[in-house]
Design a protein around this ligand. Structure first.
Ligand code: FCB
Length: 446
C-alpha cells in the first residue's frame, strides 16, 4: 500500500517578504514604511539593524529566481511593498516600483515558477500611518485602492492572491505588545486595528474577485495552540484571551462571520451595520503559517494582562529558542479543517538558527533538516487523518531581515553573507530539493 498522501497538483514552494529581502529602501522612488521608522527607533531592532540593504534582492532578483529554479520549486510566495508602488500609500503611483514586480513575475513564469502574490506583509506606508494607519477606518479603503492597482497591473499573469500575511502578529505586536511597528500600546487602538484590517481583507477579496475573475484567493493566518505556562486559573484566563487575539479574531469573522466571545464584547463600539457581511467574503483556501506552540502566562504589566511565558524547561527548541512540537502542527491542521472547512495551504514553516559558512565553503544545518523532517511527517499524518492540505511553502528562500531580531536569526535554505551579499545554498536546500522530487515521483506513480 502506498504511503504517499500528496494529492495531484500539490504545490511545493518557498516564501519571502518584501521588507525582509529587497533592500533598496530609498531607491527607485520607494517611500518609507512603518518598518523603516521602527528600525530607526532606538531599541526597535536588535543591533540597530535595518532593511535598508537586506538581501539586496531589488538588484539581485535574477540570481534569486535562478536559485529557486535550481531548487525545483513549483511556486514562489513573495509580497509587494505597498510603499514601493504607492510611495505615500495612495495617490501618485510609482511606475519604477510597479515595473520591478512586472519583471520579477515575468521571469518567474518564464522559469516555470508560479507567483503567489501577497499584498501585505507588514510594511504599511508611513504616510498612511501618519493619517491614523490601521487605527483609522479609512485605511480599509486605502488598502482596497492599493489592491485594485496591483490586481489591474498583475492580474493578467498572477492568479494566486493573498490579502494579508499574519494579521494577528502585526496587529497585536503593533498596537498592544510593542514588539513590531508601529509599536503602540493601547487597547482601543488594537481593537480598532483588528476590525479595520478585517474590513480591508473583505474589501480586498471583493476587489480581487471583480478584477481578476479567475483568481484563487487566500489569507494567511498564523495559528498556534496557546498553552498556559503553568496550570493556574490566572494563566488559563491569560491563555484564553491570547488565543482569541492570536488565533481567532481574524479567521472567525472572515470565515464564520462573527468575532469570538470576549472580543465580540470589546469590539462592539467599532462595528457598524453591514460590517460583518463586508468582512466575510468567500475565499478559496486557508493559508497557515506555523512554527510551534505559544506558552502564555498572566502578566499584569501588559496591556491585556497576558504575556509570553516559557516552554517547559526540557522542551526541544529551535536555534532561535522556539519550541519544537510537531504534534501541535498536526493538531492545528486538523482543527482548521474541522472549524473552517477550506483547503489548506501551509504558507510558512521553517527553522531558525545561526548557520555559518565552514572552512570548506559548506553550510551544514542538520538542526533545520531535522526540524523540517519531523514537521513534514506531522503534516503527512494530518493529511492521512483528513486535513485537505494542497501545498507547502518553506520559510524561507534566503536568510533575511528577521524583524525585531535583525540579521541574527537565519531561516534561509540559502545562506546570505550580509557583508558581501554572497548566496550559498545550505545542506537543507539539497534536502528540500530531494523531498520535492520524491513527493512528485510518488504522486505521479501511486
Ligand atoms: C513569520 C513571518 C515571517 C518570518 C517568520 C520567521 O511570523 O511571517 O515574516 O519572520 O515568521
Amino acid at each position: 500500500m502506498t504511503t504517499n498522501p500528496y494529492p495531484p497538483g500539490f504545490v511545493w514552494g518557498v516564501s519571502t517578504s518584501a521588507y525582509q529581502i529587497e533592500g533598496a529602501a530609498a531607491e527607485g522612488g520607494r517611500g518609507p514604511s512603518v518598518w523603516d521608522i521602527r528600525c530607526r527607533t532606538q531599541g526597535g531592532v536588535v543591533g540597530g539593524d535595518t532593511g535598508d540593504v537586506a538581501c539586496d534582492h531589488y538588484h539581485r532578483w535574477e540570481e534569486d529566481v535562478a536559485l529557486m529554479k535550481g531548487l525545483g520549486v513549483d511556486a514562489y510566495r513573495f509580497s509587494v511593498a505597498w510603499p514601493r508602488v504607492l510611495p505615500r500609500g495612495r495617490g501618485a503611483v510609482n511606475e519604477t516600483g510597479l515595473d520591478f514586480y512586472d519583471r520579477l513575475i515575468d521571469r518567474l513564469l518564464d522559469s516555470g515558477i508560479e507567483p503567489w502574490l501577497c499584498l501585505y506583509h507588514w510594511d504599511l506606508p508611513q504616510a498612511l500611518h501618519d493619517l491614523g494607519g490601521w487605527s483609522s477606518r479609512d485605511c480599509a479603503g486605502w488598502y482596497a485602492d492599493y489592491a485594485a492597482l496591483c490586481a489591474k497591473r498583475y492580474g493578467d499573469r498572477v492568479k494566486r492572491w493573498i490579502t494579508f500575511n499574519e494579521f494577528s502578529v502585526f496587529t497585536l505586536f503593533g498596537y498592544a505588545i510593542p514588539w513590531a511597528a508601529p509599536g503602540i500600546v493601547d487597547r482601543a487602538q488594537h481593537l480598532r486595528a483588528i476590525h479595520h484590517v478585517n474590513l480591508a481583507h473583505g474589501d480586498g477579496v471583493a476587489v480581487l474577485r471583480a478584477l481578476v475573475p479567475d483568481a484563487s484567493i487566500g489569507a494567511i493566518h498564523n495559528r498556534q495552540i496557546v498553552i498556559p505556562e503553568t496550570d493556574t486559573a490566572e494563566n488559563r484566563a491569560a491563555a484564553a484571551l491570547l488565543d482569541e487575539h492570536w488565533n481567532l479574531v481574524f479567521c472567525d469573522p472572515q470565515i464564520l462571520g462573527h468575532y469570538p466571545p470576549q472580543t465580540a464584547d470589546h469590539i462592539e463600539p467599532y462595528v457598524q451595520a453591514g460590517d460583518m457581511a463586508r468582512i466575510a467574503q468567500a475565499t478559496d483556501w486557508f493559508g497557515l503559517n506555523h512554527y510551534g506552540p505559544i506558552f502564555a502566562k498572566a502578566d499584569p504589566s501588559r496591556v491585556w494582562g497576558y504575556g509570553w511565558g516559557d516552554a517547559p524547561p526540557d522542551s526541544p527548541t529551535h536555534g532561535v529558542g522556539w519550541a519544537i512540537f510537531p504534534d501541535a502542527f498536526r493538531e492545528e491542521l486538523l482543527t482548521i479543517q474541522r472549524r473552517y472547512r477550506l483547503p489548506i495551504v501551509v504558507t510558512e514553516n521553517g527553522c531558525g538558527g545561526s548557520d555559518v559558512v565552514e572552512a570548506d565553503g559548506a553550510v551544514n544545518d542538520p538542526h533545520r533538516i531535522n526540524y523540517l523532517t519531523i514537521y513534514n511527517a506531522a503534516m503527512r499524518d494530518a493529511m492521512a487523518q483528513g486535513a485537505d492540505v494542497r501545498g507547502y511553502f518553506l520559510w524561507s528562500l534566503l536568510d533575511n531581515f528577521e524583524w525585531g531580531s535583525g540579521y541574527g536569526q537565519r531561516f534561509g535554505l540559502i545562506h546570505v553573507d550580509f557583508a558581501t551579499l554572497k548566496r550559498t545554498p545550505k545542506a537543507s536546500s539539497r534536502w528540500y530539493a530531494d523531498l520535492m522530487a520524491q513527493a512528485r515521483a510518488a504522486t505521479s506513480h501511486p
